[in-house]
Design a protein around this ligand. Structure first.
Ligand SMILES: NC(=O)C1=CN([C@@H]2O[C@H](COP(=O)(O)OP(=O)(O)OC[C@H]3O[C@@H](n4cnc5c(N)ncnc54)[C@H](O)[C@@H]3O)[C@@H](O)[C@H]2O)[C@@H](O)CC1
Ligand SMILES: Nc1ncnc2c1ncn2[C@@H]1O[C@H](COP(=O)(O)OP(=O)(O)O)[C@@H](O)[C@H]1O
Length: 274
C-alpha cells in the first residue's frame, strides 16, 4: 500500500492576491493542490482574500502576518499572482537570500533583476511581461511585445541568459528556455490552445509548476512538465467558456494521463518523485 501522506507531497506557498485580486492567489494555490502538492499556504493578504478563501477553498491555509513575505513552512514559493503594492525590499531579499525553488509570475516579475538568485527560479512571463523585463534588463536590445512575439525563442533565451532563471514564455507554443553558461536548452510546448485564453489561466500554470517542484522534479523538468500538463488540461476542457478554476480542476486528470507515459513528448520526464 502506498505510504503517501500530505506532508510528503510537498508544500507550496503563494505570495500574492492583494489589492482586489485575491482570486489570482487562490487559483495558483488551487492549481498547486490539483497538481498534487499536499499542502498550500497563501500569504495572509487582506480581509477580502480571507473571506473568499473560506467560502471557496477551505483546504487552503493562510500564513500569519509575521510569515507574510516568506511563508517559511513552504518548500516552494509562487511569487506574484495578483500581487499589488508589493514590499520591494522584502521581495528583493527573498530573491537574493532564499535558496528555495520559486516560480515568479505576473507583477512579481517586475521585481526580478539580472541573476543569479539564491536558488532555482522559474519565471513565467506572458509576451507583454517578457517585453517589459527585456526592456529593463537588456542593454543590448530594444524590446516590445511585437518583437518578443516575432522572436519568441530568442526572447526567452535572452531573458534566461540575463536572469539565469528558467524562462517560460507563455502564449500559443509556450517556450521553456534555460541558458546556463554554455548550455542553452529550449523546449516548445505542443499542448494547449484557445481554451487557455481565459483570465487567471497563467496563475494556474504558476501553481502547477510550483507543485511539481515541491514534489521533487528538477526545475527544468518541472517547468516543461507543468506547461505540458497545463496545456493538456486545456485540451481536455470545453474550448469555449472554460474558467481558470476549471483548468486547475482538470490538472488532476491531466497529470494522471500524462504520467502514464503515453502523452509525454519524448525527452520530457515520465515520472515525478512522489
Ligand atoms: N481573478 C484574478 O484575480 C485575476 C488576476 N490577474 C492578475 O492580474 C495582474 C495583471 O495581469 P495582466 O496579465 O492582466 O496584466 P498585464 O498588464 O501584465 O498584461 C496586459 C498587457 O500585457 C500584454 N499582453 C498580455 N498577454 C499578451 C500576449 N499573449 N501577447 C502579447 N501581449 C500580451 C498586452 O499589452 C496587455 O495589454 C497579475 O497580477 C495577475 O496575476 C489575472 O491573472 C486575471 C485574473
Ligand atoms: N491560444 C493559446 N494557445 C495556447 N496557450 C494559450 C493560448 N492563449 C493563452 N494561452 C495560455 O494561457 C495562459 C495565459 O496566461 P496569462 O497571459 O498570464 O493570463 P492571466 O494573467 O489571465 O493568468 C498562458 O499559460 C498561455 O500560454
Amino acid at each position: 500500500m502506498s505510504a503517501a501522506h500530505k506532508g510528503r507531497r510537498g508544500h507550496v506557498g503563494v505570495i500574492g492576491g492583494s489589492g482586489g485580486m485575491p482570486g489570482a492567489a487562490i487559483l495558483a494555490a488551487t492549481a498547486a493542490m490539483r497538481a498534487g502538492a499536499g499542502l498550500a499556504t497563501l500569504a495572509p493578504g487582506d480581509p477580502e482574500l480571507r473571506r473568499a478563501l473560506i467560502e471557496l477553498r477551505p483546504e487552503l491555509m493562510l500564513a500569519t502576518a509575521e510569515q507574510a513575505w516568506k511563508i517559511p513552512q513552504a518548500q516552494v514559493l509562487v511569487v506574484g499572482p495578483g500581487l499589488v503594492n508589493a514590499d520591494r525590499s522584502a521581495l528583493a531579499e527573498l530573491n537574493r537570500d532564499d535558496a528555495r525553488a520559486m516560480v515568479w509570475d505576473a507583477s512579481g516579475l517586475e521585481h526580478q533583476d539580472a541573476g543569479p538568485a539564491a536558488g532555482p527560479r522559474v519565471l513565467t512571463p506572458h509576451p507583454g511581461e517578457a517585453a517589459r523585463m527585456l526592456a529593463r534588463l537588456d542593454r543590448a536590445g530594444s524590446w516590445d511585445s511585437a518583437r518578443v512575439q516575432s522572436n519568441r525563442a530568442l526572447a526567452a533565451t535572452r531573458l534566461a541568459e540575463l536572469t539565469r532563471a528558467i524562462v517560460v514564455l507563455k502564449g500559443a507554443g509556450t517556450i521553456v528556455a534555460e541558458a546556463d553558461g554554455a548550455r542553452v536548452r529550449v523546449a516548445i510546448c505542443t499542448t494547449g490552445g484557445p481554451a487557455l485564453a481565459t483570465a487567471g489561466s497563467g496563475d494556474v500554470l504558476a501553481g502547477a509548476i510550483a507543485a511539481l517542484l515541491a514534489r521533487g522534479l528538477e526545475p527544468w523538468a518541472a517547468a516543461c512538465a507543468g506547461v505540458h500538463v497545463h496545456g493538456l488540461a486545456g485540451d481536455r476542457s470545453p474550448q469555449n467558456g472554460t474558467l481558470a478554476l476549471d483548468i486547475a480542476d482538470a490538472l488532476a486528470l491531466a497529470l494522471d494521463e500524462a504520467s502514464t507515459g503515453t502523452a509525454w513528448p519524448s525527452g520530457w520526464p515520465t515520472q515525478a518523485r512522489y
